[in-house]
Design a protein around this ligand. Sequence first.
Ligand SMILES: [Zn+2]
Length: 235
Amino acid sequence: MELYDIHTHQILLEDNDDPYHSCILDVYPLEFEVAKESYNRHSFSCGIHPWHAEDSENQMLYLAEIASDPRIIAIGETGLDKLKGPSYDLQIPVFKKHIELSENLGKPVIVHCVKAWDELIRVYKETNPTQPWIIHGFRGKPELAKHLVKEGFLFSFGEDINVESMQFIPTKSMFCETDDAEMDIREIYLQAAQALDMELEAFAKIVAENVYRVFPTLEHPPLPYDPKLDEEEDD
Ligand SMILES: [Zn+2]
């Protein structure tokens, strides 16, 4: 069973070699070169968080240089935050530069959005993207979930979820992530599966299909899960 973590800021040592636990590690543009040597089997998302949109010209220039690297499979996290960071006047232009890169390179966007849903939808409609936008750490209310589903957004669930909202989101739009949580990716999958009243394995299979559909350049893990092998090891 594969447990893909589509948004994390850390890869624990014990997870680095586990072929069933692959990650999209979120890095700043200037961290990428070192990170890509350290984590051979993982992929990256690269961008500038809206909290740090101010004075991000150098990072942004460097991002434009490296974003075509095949190890970078998503642009972000980027987005809008009403509670933290500089004003929208600064956040929106930086966000839009990420969108431009995403469209030019054909790579999905990992979206951070806090209390800025109207603005987000406005930018979405204005830029009319062809690439998927995945709202990471989604825990909004059902009305918001329904609205975002209708607009075509995708969703990634982490430690905090809104169980009721999840009922309104199609499973083909779902992903899981650890972000910067202490919670293990397996517990996060389990929590989401339980919220949907699904078996962990069935849910994980759907998410893996979503991952390979939205990130088609990803290689499948080296071995399929075979419970018999586990049993043999236990003997
Ligand atoms: Zn994050």
